[in-house]
Design a protein around this ligand. Structure first.
Ligand code: 5GP
Length: 190
């Protein structure tokens, strides 16, 4: 059996990765499994533990680092986020395509660690910086200080996209999702 594809989606905070990902997973045509990350960030009201993330303490996260349980992990605006290694491998070995929604440092770690060519990476761009700020604010989940930090971080990330296979503009969720679906399908045919 062919090993499953590893699909990486990155992009600045507030660009709409979540919406695009949900649209892609909903399409049911790609046999995708979403890799649930572990994080030390506090749970947002609508988030569910074990669905959106595994929410853990700093100590538990550190224990997982020490035990070598992460495929990658990174710090993002004061919190840690990581991809559990065994689950990703297990799914890929079953031929499932695994979707990672991770920030840029983690994505670079994965791209340099995973040596097979069964990886495809996407960086989602906002149509404009104004649109990005409007989206983060609309979410109403962060304080002003964190919003500013996330915007600054996002601007920096948007200059560091050279390792990604494809840059996708999120002008419309359904269109951006379709563009990604088509590129993944083309890669699966190879
Ligand atoms: P948020 O706090 O908005 O859910 O996520 C902050 C950033 O961390 C986003 O860019 C998100 O894609 C990224 N992220 C989520 N899970 C992981 C992970 O497992 N590893 C890395 N490196 N980044 C992650």
């Amino acid at each position: 059996m062919k090993k499953g594809l590893l699909i990486i989606l990155s992009g600045p905070s507030g660009v709409g990765k979540n919406c695009v990902r949900q649209e892609i997973v909903k399409s049911h045509r790609l046999s995708l499994s979403y890799s649930i990350s572990m994080t030390t960030r506090a749970r947002r009201e609508k988030e569910v533990d074990g669905v959106d993330y595994y929410f853990v303490s700093k100590e538990e996260f550190q224990k997982n680092i020490d035990e070598g349980n992460f495929l990658e992990w990174a710090e993002f605006v004061g919190n840690r986020y990581g991809t559990p290694k065994d689950k990703v491998e297990e799914l890929r070995n079953q031929g499932k395509n695994v979707f990672l929604e991770i920030e840029i440092n983690g994505a670079n770690q994965v791209m340099s660690k995973v040596k097979d060519d069964r990886v495809i990476s996407f960086f989602l761009m906002p149509p404009s910086l104004g649109a990005l700020e409007a989206r983060i604010r609309k979410r109403k989940t962060e304080s002003e200080e964190i919003i500013q930090e996330r915007l600054q971080k996002g601007e920096k990330e948007m200059t560091m996209t050279q390792n990604y296979d494809h840059i996708i503009i999120n002008d419309k969720v359904s269109r951006a999702a379709q563009e990604i679906i088509d590129l993944v399908k083309a890669k699966l045919k190879k």
